[in-house]
Design a protein around this ligand. Structure first.
Ligand code: ADP
Ligand code: MG
Length: 145
């Protein structure tokens, strides 16, 4: 599926709409959303939209310097949102040290991974790929696989 958004708000709304669809897939393990796209494409904006849809009040910032941030989800089928940013990561092994396997296996988790193409080796068999392309200053093409 391919979508065109015309503002950051649009991208946030699309993320909320898609999250609802993904949640209905009834995955056995965690819900993994792999985000691809250049710097400034809108990956973090997409995560913000997911967080808003989950009624997470904390302001989402890219965890570029932390690698990972977690947020509690209240009153939904999932319990924890994990936000990874692998921009500065050298190796997927850094994630293994952090216990990524357990995190991926837990069906209570929603896991969003920016720069997921850098850690392909740790991605589970079933995951949702969100690729964002820069079209113009306010337009983004968002492809879901
Ligand atoms: P990334 O995490 O991919 O580096 P960010 O989400 O941090 O990207 O930044 C995207 C930037 O692009 C923001 O400054 C945002 O305001 C801007 N932007 C403009 N149009 C859009 C759009 N349609 N969708 C998402 N972001 C947009
Ligand atoms: Mg980002």
């Amino acid at each position: 599926m391919k979508y065109l958004t015309k503002s950051p708000k649009d991208t946030e709304k699309l993320a909320g709409f898609l999250l609802e669809k993904f949640t209905k897939l009834g995955l056995e393990k965690s819900l993994v959303i792999a985000l691809e796209g250049e710097l400034g494409a809108g990956k973090t904006t997409f995560v913000k939209g997911v967080a808003k849809a989950l009624k997470i009040k904390t302001n989402i910032k890219s965890p570029t310097f932390n690698l990972m941030k977690t947020y509690e989800i209240r009153g939904k089928s999932h319990k924890t949102l994990y936000h990874f940013d692998c921009y500065r990561l050298k190796d997927h092994r850094d994630l293994e040290v952090m216990g990524i396997k357990e995190i991926l296996n837990n069906p209570d988790n929603i896991i969003l991974i920016e720069w997921s193409d850098r850690v392909k080796k740790i991605l589970p068999k079933k995951y949702i790929k969100v690729h964002i392309d820069h079209i113009s200053s306010n337009e983004r093409s968002i492809t879901i696989k």
